[in-house]
Design a protein around this ligand. Structure first.
Ligand SMILES: [Zn+2]
Length: 364
């Protein structure tokens, strides 16, 4: 496995290398079309750039150029011109030309200029020289993303911002955050403060130790040896805005109806009742109780806050690995199934995840 891990990046690096004569072009991911010419362009210091792009913070463009790069209004004087050309074409596509006199990037939209700059950044050598080249490029796949499981392994806001920098350097555009699971609820929800107060901290830092050896115990925020954390709504706004400036959509994921022990620790009344224990003494279970209408009130309120924070057209709602064991014996679940004529817990899960009913309740 380790050998495969070594070989795969090596192959990717080889594929991204393009050589003509003495000029070697290394760009990752490999652009669609590269034409190398003779000569190099030496970047001046300080480097100047100009752009006709509107509605974008030009400091983001400057941050991709060598230190001290300054914006100028004169295209004639600029070393790098970034031009939205208003032509038809994919928004993420761009045309990059490096001659011995200057550098130009053209694109139909700011995304293309951004990705053209990311390519340029990889072309600038340590001596400030750039090989003369023409690159025509556009994205092969519309969804280019990574998922970070911040529930099992919590990462700080600053770490996530750093990941956004790294993602955008490789032209990735979707960041999926696994925000909730048994291991910790990571998002401040104003209408349910116990989710983070009682559901975001645990007794061991390492997830495997906590899950397999440490009894899966939760801690309250501020308790000694409480490991974990969460993003405040202000943190999320900062992450989402930073991602937007880097043309990355943040997709939030919240788990339902299973993988929710941390919610049951904070709000046990949202789990099933069973015949053996009262609600007060029942141990936290993984699944929400579909027989309890308060569960849908909970999700309506939580998802409203999430929808207000994340402009993503998608919210991932988990749906995996629902054991549904308690549903079989829970008086509320059984009553609901009897009342509506459901034959089994499969139908009960369909009731939890209908394609239309609750979505209309939530957002209609
Ligand atoms: Zn139930």
């Amino acid at each position: 496995m380790n050998r495969i891990r070594t070989i795969v990046p090596a192959i990717v690096l080889l594929c991204s290398s393009y050589t003509t004569g003495a000029q070697v072009i290394n760009v990752l991911p490999r652009p669609a079309c590269i034409t190398v010419q003779q000569g190099t362009y030496h970047t001046p210091s300080p480097l100047t750039f100009c752009t006709n792009a509107r509605g974008i913070d030009s400091r983001v463009f400057a941050s991709l150029l060598p230190d001290g790069a300054k914006r100028t209004r004169s295209a004639r004087k600029a070393a790098v011109t970034l031009t939205i050309n208003h032509k038809q074409g994919p928004a993420e596509g761009y045309l990059l030309r490096v001659t011995q006199n200057n550098v130009s990037i053209e694109a139909p939209a700011a995304e293309g200029l951004f990705y053209g700059l990311q390519t340029l950044r990889q072309l600038i050598g340590p001596d400030g020289n750039i090989p003369c080249v023409s690159i025509a490029d556009s994205a092969r796949f519309p969804y280019r993303g990574i998922m970070i499981d911040v529930s099992r392994h919590f990462f700080s806001k600053d770490f996530i911002l750093k990941q956004i920098d790294a993602m955008s350097a490789f032209k990735l555009n979707r960041l999926h955050l696994h925000l909730t699971d048994a291991a910790g609820w990571r998002l401040q929800i104003n209408s349910y403060p116990l989710l983070t107060r009682k559901g975001a901290f645990r007794s061991s830092k390492g997830w495997k130790k906590w899950w397999f050896d440490d009894g899966r115990r939760y801690k309250t925020e501020g308790e000694p040896d409480a490991f974990g954390g969460y993003y405040t709504q202000a943190d999320i706004r900062e992450i989402v805005d930073y991602a937007r400036q880097h043309f990355i959509t943040v997709i939030p994921e919240v788990e339902m109806p299973a993988h929710s022990e941390e919610v049951m620790n904070a709000y046990p009344q949202l789990g099933c009742l069973n015949a053996d224990s009262t609600m007060e003494t029942a141990k936290p279970r993984a699944d929400f109780c579909p027989g309890n209408e308060d569960v849908f009130v909970f999700w309506r309120n939580v998802l409203k806050e999430i929808a207000a924070l994340f402009p993503s057209p998608y919210i991932h709602i988990g749906g995996d690995e629902a054991a549904r064991t308690a549903w079989r014996t829970c008086p509320r679940c059984k009553a609901l199934m009897q009342r509506t004529g459901m034959k089994d817990v499969d139908e009960l899960q369909s009731y939890f995840h209908p394609p239309h009913r609750h979505h209309r309740q939530l957002f209609g």
